[in-house]
Design a protein around this ligand. Structure first.
Ligand code: ZN
Length: 483
């Protein structure tokens, strides 16, 4: 039935004998529901073409006689990957009709082209991603609309998912093509944070905790390889030519509890071997008719028998428990995440220290945050978050910055006419805001005392601590209104 949830599964079951009938060694078949793909790989183009034609004949018999189904040759297409100049003249036919030869074809959402440039696929995902970006734009402007926490989640689910899908296939293509995806991610980051167009990209990435796309691709590649390592029947790893670095602590042959967690908690191997013994003797547990619950108590303090457990732990820890329980490969995802953070930090340092991009922000935010600051802030007003984001990255509507970016001609303050009106001038110097500044100073000194902080003397000190964000926002609202 069209559109029913069970339809693809039922169709797969109905056609599940396909491999038995079309049993040609040189031809492989990929199928998901009614998307069917036959492919053959050979040094000789003629052998590959003949194999496919033989397979198609068998396929026709199977579909007609056993399944009572028809495949339309007009809706099918042939894609040839070859350097042979006559590759596009090959004759592959189904039901005596020649199947049209094309230079690209979409299979399961991936547009594959005959030169493997993936330019058509990148174009396709750009179009889809831009549609999703427009959805985000309709939900928020710079100072109004949805809060950045929601937009951040929305970006990851409806925009970045387009980049994630099939990223392994296109991650090594021409960098000019990949830059098109970066441009869309940057638009997304601006929509989330309300940042100005001139804002350094590396600062927006860190502020929103969204890694650069090239690092995200590597993270997904590592996850894929990890999954393949866990799969004993993997045939893909033998063919991976990209130098994928998983992490130093992961070895395919030693994925066991001992390697993963004994370094963290020496008690774990003891507990695991105890559980193993119990499960080996589960008949005894049934006979005793006892209900057994395993409860993890993270500390021995105040528990009788502490010394006995400690002694057992020491004894077991000395033994080589390489034959312990295997753990799911997803447990290693945290290692991959740590790896990503390390690479991102190196990239961040290179951009700020060598290329001098995002220096202002790097003095406020020394380390990569785990989550964006606004995610855990109770006051999630968009105007407030945009204001703090812009002050953080140092790109906001103050005359000095607008002049530097050649948006206006002079950098005089609109209120007191003094030159070089930058963030420091608005927050600390402009004499037209002296009354509001007195109020700000009083609140700031109270907040500093409550949180045992020193009273900030520079804009960067004022913007480094969450406790000062709300007083700063109120000062901006009462003076220049928007920044
Ligand atoms: Zn002024």
């Amino acid at each position: 039935m069209q559109g029913a949830t069970l339809s693809p599964l039922l169709y797969n079951l109905y056609t599940s004998q396909i491999l038995d009938y079309v049993n040609i060694p040189q031809v492989k078949i990929l199928q998901f529901a009614d998307d069917l793909l036959l492919y053959s790989e050979n040094q000789s183009l003629n052998i590959a073409v003949n194999s496919i034609n033989t397979a198609l004949n068998k396929l026709q018999t199977y579909y007609r006689i056993f399944l009572k189904l028809e495949i339309s040759s007009e809706k099918s297409s042939v894609l040839v990957f070859s350097k042979d100049p006559f590759a596009h003249t090959v004759n592959i036919s189904y039901n005596n009709d020649k199947i049209p030869i094309v230079n690209h074809h979409k299979f399961l959402g991936v547009v594959v082209d005959d030169k493997l440039k993936f330019d058509k696929h990148i174009q396709y995902i750009c179009q889809n991603a831009m549609k999703s970006i427009n959805v985000m734009r309709s939900l928020a402007g710079t100072f109004w609309g949805s809060d950045p926490k929601t937009l951040n989640m929305l970006y990851k689910s409806i925009v970045r998912s387009h980049f994630d899908y099939s990223s392994l296939a296109y991650m090594n293509v021409n960098s000019t093509l990949l830059r098109k995806l970066d441009v869309i991610q940057n638009i997304g980051l601006r929509v989330i944070s309300g940042a100005m167009r001139t804002t350094p990209i590396n600062s927006m990435e860190v502020e929103n905790c969204i890694p650069p796309l090239c690092l995200r691709c590597l993270q997904l590649a590592e996850r894929f390889c990890l999954k393949e390592l866990a799969n004993e029947n993997s045939v893909i790893l033998d063919r991976v030519s990209y130098p994928v670095e998983i992490t130093q602590s992961i070895e395919a042959s030693s994925i066991s509890t001992n390697t993963l967690i004994s370094g963290l908690l020496p008690e774990i191997p003891t507990i695991m071997s105890y559980i193993k013994n119990l499960t080996n003797n589960n008949d005894l547990l049934y006979k005793l008719e006892k209900h057994v619950e395993f409860v993890w108590v993270p500390s021995h303090s105040g528990i009788t028998g502490n010394e006995v457990v400690d002694e057992a732990t020491r004894r077991d820890h000395d033994d080589d428990l390489t034959d312990s329980f295997k753990v799911p490969f997803t447990d290693y995802y945290m290692q991959i995440k740590i790896h990503l953070k390390r690479r991102w930090k190196e990239y961040w340092n290179y951009n700020t220290e060598i290329l001098n991009k995002g220096q202002w922000y790097s003095e406020i935010q020394r380390d990569l945050p785990m989550i964006p600051w606004y995610n855990s802030f109770k006051y999630n007003n968009r105007k407030f978050i945009t204001c703090i984001n812009r002050l953080h990255v140092g790109h906001c509507c103050v005359p000095a910055h607008l002049k530097r970016k050649k948006i206006i001609l002079d950098d005089n303050c609109t209120y007191c006419s003094k030159e070089n009106a930058d963030i420091k001038h608005v927050l600390f110097e402009c004499e037209m805001f002296n009354i509001q500044r007195l109020l700000l100073a009083s609140v700031i000194s109270d907040v500093a005392e409550e949180n045992s902080l020193s009273v900030p003397r520079r804009p960067r000190d004022l913007l480094s601590y969450r406790a000062f964000f709300l007083p700063v926002f109120k000062f901006i609202s009462n003076t220049v209104e928007q920044i």
